[in-house]
Write a protein that binds this ligand. Sequence first.
Ligand SMILES: Cc1cc2nc3c(=O)[nH]c(=O)nc-3n(C[C@H](O)[C@H](O)[C@H](O)COP(=O)(O)OP(=O)(O)OC[C@H]3O[C@@H](n4cnc5c(N)ncnc54)[C@H](O)[C@@H]3O)c2cc1C
Length: 444
Amino acid sequence: MDFSTLRSDVSGTVFSPDNDGFAEALAMYSAPGPAVIVAAASADDVVAAVRFATAEGLRVAVRSGGHAGPIFSPGADRVLIDLHALSSIVVTGDDGILEVGPGAVWGDVATELQQHGLAVSSGDTAAIGVGGLTLGGGIGWLVRRDGLALDSLIGAVVVLASGELVAASADENPELFWALRGGGGNFGVVTSLRFQAHPLGEVLAIELHLDPSRLGETLRALRDVMLTAPEQLNATFAVIPNGPPGPDFAFVHHVVAVYAAEDSAESRAAIAPLLALPGVVDSTVTPSDYRGLLAELPGGPGAPIPNVTVRDALLGTFDTAAIDVVLAARDQLGPSVFTVRFLGGAFGRVAPDATAFAHRSAQVIVNIVEFLPPGAPAASGRVSEAWAPVAALSLGSYGNFTSEVGPHVVAAMYPPATLARLRAAKTVYDPQNRFADNENITPD
Ligand SMILES: Cc1cc2nc3c(=O)[nH]c(=O)nc-3n(C[C@H](O)[C@H](O)[C@H](O)COP(=O)(O)OP(=O)(O)OC[C@H]3O[C@@H](n4cnc5c(N)ncnc54)[C@H](O)[C@@H]3O)c2cc1C
């Protein structure tokens, strides 16, 4: 394949497999990798790369932060567009508007925003990219106060499969804007995102250590507290490893919570029911800024993603029977991260048809990340078997929280009317399914 025209059209770097640097540019993706990697330096580079793909009959894979890399590793008939250099973060004016490149990471966004007394609810980890997290959803520490990350998105600039660069917002290409918010990377390459950020000062970071013999009791009481809690309170029940598998391996059982207001008598009163949960053996309450809430990747920035299998379930009802089912599933798993994140509040107030993320009646999202030996296949039969009773209770799935890929996942992510509308939008914006390295919505 001749890349000379592409090289002259692009101001960023073009890596073909016979170039030095290709293996490094492939980063977390598995070999042999795509036909070519375009490390874009501008939206125009993205236009050139998409047009090249069309001319060569190739598909387009997109990488922003790269953290879904092990799941969506592109094959040899792909152009991989790497957006990590599109990472500018600009707060415009004093109305809390954030213009950000898709390759920026949420830790850097938080650092910039908090200098303006602002935040956008992202996820729980600093190194995750703005592009992939936002287009899928974004469940973070302010989800009950401000909704998903995509609920704060007010506009985007997109390179379509046709090679056109267009704006999407409530006023411009509104159906594209609807589809982008939850439709993942199916509709084009997003080169810039505009958010309405929200005021946020200091918050309270809360950690409760739990008696592992009383987890059911604690989780039932936590569910009751969260049903009537103020929306500033966000909580995750978690059973996590104390470190990598090894002789000292043990699980940590805890509730991590955030109260989105500064330390005051009123805030302390609001979190008191949490501290009084049964089974709490120890607790800390620490004032923090929003950036301080975001975890670093185990192994530090740029660390490879371990071999994992990931499952999730959005549950509409989290009654005692459901709690028993999820805890029984957890007990069957080996070294793994198990979380129950409480939703509701602003997340639940968004109308199901306002964005393509439609499962708004979910009360919680339950998630497991099981660590597999290096090289083991991600489709672990044991995990699927353990998870089946939880999946049977679920309303659906959040695509960013599963390592499964395929039509059954897409069917779980979207209720039928949402999927029909997404497929109609796909037919308009990407009729050849040029963007297929994702939870793929096929054109009609
Ligand atoms: C350690 C860890 C912690 C996490 N914690 C959370 C959490 O707390 N909350 C949460 O909601 N999620 C969380 N996630 C999941 C995360 O949201 C997804 O993995 C997300 O896809 C990562 O985004 P990215 O930009 O880094 O990934 P990428 O791999 O770059 O992108 C993922 C996919 O999104 C699409 N895409 C990305 N950018 C664009 C773009 N600009 N235009 C078009 N399509 C694009 C592509 O299909 C791509 O394959 C976590 C993931 C990890 C690894």
